[in-house]
Write a protein that binds this ligand. Structure first.
Ligand code: ADE
Length: 232
């Protein structure tokens, strides 16, 4: 898979590339490349943003700047680009990222992630260049970069060779194997610590009972999360 990230802070992603599971998929042939869009601006002084029409606080990323950067990278009119690959703008009002969207994205051969800054994107970027607008939650970040990292991290976990033990992806939170519920609780040694005991069933060696205990805990967590709570 090839992921291109359009950002004003390409160096932030150096850290991401070094993380074990991301490094594993990069070693297996995937690529994460950053495009700094400031050098592509047709405006003087490296300007990439401007004040909003109609007034209001903050600055807005300009459509002509993104047009130039996308054109320079792909050699086509960005309006046509989204027919060929997913071009994902990261913004708080987008489709909420969840495990099924992560799985969908992990099956794409190529992704383009657009990171906004300031007050966000000129709406024409979303209307004419983006195939998707994705949000990682109903809160406002100061830019799309952390959201792009979240997507890269979650997508990379789904690629072959990312995790040492492939079973860890099969049974993890929100997987089909768990009926879309969060994962069950885990415990390790010591079996008792400060009087806090590991549930007896996990020490029993009885695989069926362990399996059904885990499914039940996973279902409970799913129900708690639906009601606005959650754990683990
Ligand atoms: N940019 C700013 N806030 C964001 C969010 N919650 N998700 C994705 N991109 C963002």
């Amino acid at each position: 898979m090839q992921i291109d990230i359009f950002t004003l802070f390409p160096q932030w992603f150096d850290w991401l590339r070094e993380q074990r599971h991301v490094a594993n998929v990069l070693a297996a042939g995937s690529r994460i490349e950053c495009v700094d869009f400031r050098p592509h601006t047709p405006l003087s002084g490296g300007q990439v943003d401007d004040t909003p029409f109609g007034g209001g606080a903050g600055m807005v990323l300009r459509v002509d700047v993104l047009d130039a950067a996308l054109r320079a990278r792909y050699g086509v009119d960005p309006v046509e680009l989204r027919e060929r690959r997913r071009v994902i703008a990261l913004a708080p009002g987008g489709r909420l990222l969840d495990e099924s969207l992560v799985a969908e994205l992990s099956r794409e051969p190529e992704l383009t992630l657009l990171c906004g800054r300031y007050e966000g994107f000129d709406e024409r970027i979303l209307e004419h260049f983006a195939s998707d607008v994705v949000s990682i939650g109903r809160y406002v970040l100061s830019g799309g970069e952390p959201a792009a990292m979240v997507i890269c991290d979650a997508v990379a976990r789904k690629l072959p060779g990312a995790l040492g033990d492939e079973r860890s992806a099969e049974e993890e939170s929100f997987s089909e194997a768990l009926g879309g519920n969060p994962e069950y609780p885990h415990y390790t040694r010591p079996a008792e610590y400060r009087g806090w005991k590991v549930p007896e069933v996990l020490l029993s060696g009885h695989h069926e009972r362990i399996e059904s205990w885990r499914r039940e805990r996973s279902r409970e967590r799913g129900a708690a999360q639906e009601q606005g709570g959650g754990a683990g």
